[in-house]
Design a protein around this ligand. Structure first.
Ligand code: C2E
Ligand code: CA
Ligand code: CA
Length: 729
């Protein structure tokens, strides 16, 4: 170890030589002949000087002045000074100590005492420095280990502690869990960063409370958290339920009405030597697979996922070349009109013909292209191919058929979208009506204003805009209200969930009614079975697209398919299933709500020869007839006896007319209502379905004309019984 340096400031050569002689075994000794020289050396060498022996009486600058100068300079203040005094004089020593000296030596100087004093001040200072350094190190370590916002462990501390835990427990199976809060950005946007921060703190506290005894935990960054615990110590699903509930209640406490969903990825640690960072990456990959998925919140990493990531990379490496080589091909899937039984339009769906790998479906590559932006180039290429197809059909003089293309979210937000499409159409001389655009409902959730603007721009140029995947997002009804789309495509999820008499049928029927009122045609996607087709027909759906009719096919095949179809090949009269229609009309909350807004009293009857049995009635209907549930059960089997005797026959006639013509039939009748009173009612009857055994379902809407016309009914009411059977509106 190199020697420490001592500065000896004394104007007497003898003293300096004497002191150096005593100390030079242990120290390197520097000498200064006066106070100024001493200060110069101190300033130059700074804290290299372990201590200074300072004579008080010197020319140029005396010892007191040196001490004063040193006290002003933070760099010099810490250098310990031992003052050398001529004689033992308490007042001098006290003054020197006050001025900042640490100790003193009195002449004549005892060598042993000098060595000890110097040693002690040097040690004292070193100890002090060590303390300071330790404190600083501790602080730095704490800061590095703890996340500034939440106070729980940082990512680096988590890595280190997890590594140590795994090394110490080589025989225990661990899992690494990584989770984040879905749509957390929304909390910041809607409620401010401060609230967002509070939520993260609440999340971290919840984590610390439950995991500190089990294993390691920490914050990965933003709203992303980490846990590593023995696999046997918890059940991931129920554990995450506990955490999400605690976060939810902290949201509630803060008065935030925002749903909280956590997306969780789990990596099972089989190889304890894998870098913890890599384990986090893998849990992160699993997490990505459930992000935005409202049906599944927890996913486990497996090798398949790892391989998929390699495949994803392969796709990204090859996409540009594929575009240049024309490997992206258009397939067409016909959309059938249920009334003509023929294709009314088609949808262009991309397929990637990869050399050596066959046809790759868009589900594999579109999400990647959407992420990296390549989707714009690919989409443009597909639009161009669709224009080429239309141009070719036009040249051949084939019956025009509109083809729709899918606009990715990126395209929807592209300010030059309309210009690009219009440019293509001009180049290939295509009418806008033959080029349809499908926008997805999810684009509405991301940026409603931009989507509405794009839709309106497209429509201004004469394009038809279809709303794709309707019902998939959570704001479907807002979408319908706000976006002026021309055609609605109902998401195929509805078809997947369809079963006779089930809830899905009810929802579909309600959606269809609503779109009828709004005048928007509907295409049902994903129709795969006869049963689904028949149901759609029975509730009046206009168009369907699905494997039941035709799969997406290459252009040549499409042309053959269209040409080979006999006219009206698939129009079969829809078979009527009472269950479907009753379910569709009778038990949907949404349907009831909408209908109640429009009509007050309405009912659905089963009509058989001459009896009308109530299947379902609205609240207004019960009120009108003064029914309670018991009376309803008692009297619902044939409601005709509520009608004044003379008018009953007209109602029966009107039912037959509605069934035969398929059109609504209006009439005015007199009824006994509310326990005895006779009243004039306007009634609209329409047939909503027929079965093979002469039974029909009749939908009836009632309208009170005048409830105070007892006695001379015919004279006081605008509608007389003679009008029965005639369309009075
Ligand atoms: P999408 O727009 O909802 O297209 C309908 C998808 O349903 C197509 O899948 C089609 O093949 C499939 N499909 C049709 N009928 C049935 C059926 O009866 N049952 C079932 N299970 N499926 C049926 P595909 O071709 O795999 O396309 C998947 C998605 O990829 C499309 O969903 C669309 O969002 C996107 N996509 C396809 N082509 C393009 C494109 O050129 N550009 C963009 N941006 N997206 C595209
Ligand atoms: Ca589509
Ligand atoms: Ca769709």
């Amino acid at each position: 170890m190199s020697k420490k340096t001592i500065l000896i400031a004394d104007n007497s050569l003898i003293n300096r030589t004497y002191l150096s002689g005593i100390l030079s075994d242990e120290y390197d000794c520097l000498e200064a002949v006066d106070g100024q020289k001493a200060l110069d050396i101190l300033r130059e060498r700074g804290i290299d000087i372990a201590a200074m022996l300072l004579d008080l009486v010197m020319p140029v600058m005396d010892g007191y002045q040196v001490l004063e100068e040193m006290s002003k300079d933070p760099g010099l203040r810490q250098i310990p000074v031992v003052v050398v005094t001529a004689e033992s004089e308490t007042s001098v020593e006290a003054r020197a100590l006050d001025a900042g000296a640490m100790d003193f030596l009195t002449k004549p100087i005892e060598p042993e005492i000098a060595r000890r004093r110097i040693k002690s001040v040097v040690n004292a200072r070193e100890l002090e420095e060590l303390h300071i350094r330790n404190r600083l190190l501790e602080e730095m370590q704490y800061q590095a280990d703890h996340d500034e916002l939440t106070g729980i462990f940082s990512r680096s501390a988590f890595y280190r502690d997890t590594r140590a835990m795994l090394l110490a427990n080589p025989d225990t199976d661990y899992i690494l869990i990584r989770w984040d809060i879905e749509k957390f950005k929304l909390v910041n946007d809607l409620f401010g960063m401060k609230t967002g921060d509070q939520m993260l703190v609440a999340a971290a506290e919840s984590l610390a409370r439950h995991v500190s005894d089990l294993g390691t935990y920490g914050r990965f960054g933003s709203d992303n958290f980490l846990i590593c615990v023995p696999a046997a110590s918890l059940d991931v699903e129920s554990f995450m339920d506990v955490i999400v509930n605690e976060i939810r209640s902290s949201f509630e406490d803060a008065g935030i009405a925002q749903s909280v969903v956590l997306a969780t990825g789990v990596f099972r640690i089989t190889d304890h030597d894998l870098a913890v960072g890599q384990m986090c990456d893998r849990a992160g990959m699993a997490l990505q697979t459930v992000k935005g998925d409202y049906t599944r919140h927890v996913a486990y990493y497996d090798d398949k996922l790892g391989n998929r990531l390699l495949e994803d990379q392969d796709i990204l490496d090859n996409m540009e070349a594929a575009l240049a080589n024309g490997e992206f091909e258009v397939n067409l899937q016909p959309v059938y009109s249920l009334s003509t039984g023929r294709p009314a339009s088609a949808e262009a769906l991309v397929r990637w013909r990869r050399p050596g790998k066959g046809l790759v479906s868009p589900g594999v590559f579109i999400p990647l292209f959407e992420e990296n932006g390549f989707i714009s180039k690919m989409d443009y290429n597909i639009w161009e191919q669709v224009c080429q197809i239309q141009h070719m059909r036009n040249e051949k003089g084939l019956t025009p058929i509109p083809i729709s293309v899918n606009l990715s979210r990126k395209s929807v937000y592209d300010p030059n979208l309309v210009e690009s499409i219009v440019g293509l159409l001009r180049r290939y001389e295509i009418e806008p009506r033959l080029f349809r655009n499908e926008v997805t409902e999810s684009a509405y959730i991301d940026n409603a204003t931009q989507l509405i603007k794009t839709v309106e721009d497209l429509q201004r140029y004469g394009f038809t805009v279809l709303m794709d995947d309707f019902g998939n997002g959570y704001s479907s009804f807002n979408t319908l209200k706000d976006i002026p789309v021309d055609i609605l495509k109902i998401d195929m999820k509805f078809m997947e969930g369809f079963e006779r008499g089930g809830r899905v049928g009810v929802i579909l029927a309600s959606v269809l009614r609503m779109t009828k009122w709004l005048g928007i045609p509907v295409i049902a996607e994903g129709v795969e079975t006869l049963e689904q087709y028949e149901f759609l027909h029975s509730i009046g759906c206009d168009y369907t697209q699905g494997f039941y009719f035709a799969r997406p096919m290459p252009y040549d095949e499409f042309e053959e398919h269209v040409a080979g179809l006999p006219k009206a090949a698939i129009t079969s009269p829809a078979r009527f299933h009472v269950d479907d229609v009753v379910a569709a009309l009778g038990s949907g909350h949404l349907f009831d709500r909408v209908m109640d807004d429009i009509l007050d009293a309405y009912a659905v009857y089963e009509f058989n020869a001459s009896a009308l049995e109530t299947v379902r009635g609205s609240e207004g209907y019960f009120k009108l007839f003064g029914y309670d549930m018991d009376a309803f059960k008692r009297e619902s089997s044939n409601v005709l006896h509520h009608i004044v005797h003379d008018d009953r026959e007209y109602v029966v006639q009107a039912c037959h007319e509605a069934i035969e013509t398929g059109k609504p039939c209006n009439l005015a009748i007199s009824c006994t209502v509310r326990g005895g009173e006779v009243c004039r009612l306007h009634l609209t009857l329409s047939c909503v379905g027929k079965s093979n055994d002469e039974t029909a379902l009749i939908f009836a809407a009632f309208h009170l004309i005048d409830n105070g016309c007892e006695g001379d009914l015919h004279a006081s009411c605008p509608y007389a019984s003679e009008n029965v059977g005639k369309h009075v509106f």
